[in-house]
Write a protein that binds this ligand. Sequence first.
Ligand code: C2E
Ligand code: CA
Ligand code: CA
Length: 573
Amino acid sequence: MNEMHYQLDLLTAMNQKLMGNEKMFRMICGTSSNAFLYYIFSEDRFETLGLWQHYFDFPIRSASDLHKLINCAKTEYISSLEEALFCENKHKESQIVECEMQDKKWLEFEVTITYSETEEPSEKIIRIRDVTKRKKQTEELKYMAYYDSLTGLYNRNYFVRMLSEWVRKAQTEKATIDVLCIRMDDFKRINDSMGMIAGDEILQAFGLFLRDLQSEDIIVSHFNDDIYYLAIYNPYGNHNVDTVYNQICQRTGQPFQMMGNIEQKITVSIGVANYPESARNSLEIINCAEIVQSQKKESGTNSIAYFEAPILTDFIENIQMENKLKEAIEDHAFELYYQPQYDAGSKKLRGVEALIRWRGQDGKFVSPAVFIPLAEKDGLIVQIGNWVLEEGIRVYADWYRKYEYPMVLSLNISALQYKKADFVHHLLMLIEKYQVDPSLIELEITESVLIEDFNSVVDKLNTLKEYGIKISLDDFGTGFSSLSYLKGLPIDTLKIDKSFIDTVINDHPTRVITESIIAMVKKLGCETVAEGVETQEQYDYLKAVNCDNIQGFLLGKPMPAEGIEKILSSIKN
Ligand code: C2E
Ligand code: CA
Ligand code: CA
């Protein structure tokens, strides 16, 4: 009897414990955001728990019902889900699969099986969790890691990674790879004139076209701004650059349609490097293509250039010179020379042109014709030019104080200096600081200043003229010089380029042109200066055809300030 009581108490206690456990289990299931399936093998019975109704609108009662659940998954996930849900592997850890469902939700299924002491499966718990949000975030991160958000093309990181893989593959397959650095010409101008949104639009439109060129052997990437890269894998030594280049030419032959029915045509400049000829690792190949691209000579023609070894040597030499130039700026290693200009008729000193000199470490001069274009390319010209302005005006003021001789000081101004917003202000500040007469300061500009934005340049020239500063058009006769645009330009002086003077004696057409230029410039009320006059014959001829002023080795080479001082003091005496 006691024994029976004892057994009954034990059973009641166990039952209460079980009920307590189940209550707790149901509470946990109910409060989580998951759905659960609880399966008892011996009874082939499923129970749905947690937020089951939130996830599915059908019940699951037995193993045969599981197909309803499986069929909710997208086809490509059906087999892995089936395998997980029917799995009975002994002592296996919980199994987890992630599936995309027909309704585009991502669900995670975690299947856990418990076993009896005889190692028979006894229960199965399937936890179902909505992981759509996490999945989307991961996809987004993956997208951001590989793609450029503006164009949807691969980004630089992915391109480098793929190219590295291709290089490894090409090594074993004896294949070659061409890498094209493609840059849209004049993108800055499009962006500035049409606005940033239109700029983005054209980058996207061109990117979309390039994306269509993608294939198993071609990858395209948008690096930044107006720069795209394209790599072509050429199996068996094929060469496919021409095909791609022709497609680009064909497409850019047609305008791109933009918002507001605007049509925009573009051209590109392409630099091509090759594995294994140009370089053997991905980053170096990319660099080589970029170097070739950056050397492009002209815009507007869909230019294409191929990497050759000397390009790299030139590039390195330029970089070395650039570094030396930076040191020279810091060390104040520049000097100013001055070349006199004389009135052709009276031979009276008209003025001087300031010409920069840079003495290299070996004591020899490096020609400004070499380092000025380089300084213009990398922007150092602004600092150099500011030094020239101040040094020239300072020395000139000193001469004026000593000799009171009202001659002109001509200063060469580069396009980039001129573009700086504070250029006029800076110049006026120097004129004020050194107390010089602005009407004796003459700025020499070349056509490159005018080419980019004629109207805004003319506005600036007019402002300078309001302050009395004189403007001279340098190197006339080279480049695109056209007499017709002269009338729209507020210039005071025109310098006939040395290339005319060189041939003027023996070449009849040159004489005709020179004489017309002089006659017309006079009619416009401007002065002429002939540059590079080396012989008496040239001088006599120029004087006879009414050229106003002469500058050249015949009358005086560029010289240090002391040389000009000697001339000034001889005039005074
Ligand atoms: P440029 O402005 O056309 O200067 C005239 C050049 O012709 C000077 O060369 C001068 O020395 C040279 N020259 C003058 N007369 C004769 C002659 O009779 N025969 C020969 N063979 N040459 C003559 P330089 O000083 O070597 O300057 C070369 C160019 O460098 C200049 O051409 C100018 O474009 C640029 N440059 C020089 N100094 C400056 C500067 O301070 N700023 C800027 N932006 N450019 C400068
Ligand atoms: Ca000049
Ligand atoms: Ca010149």
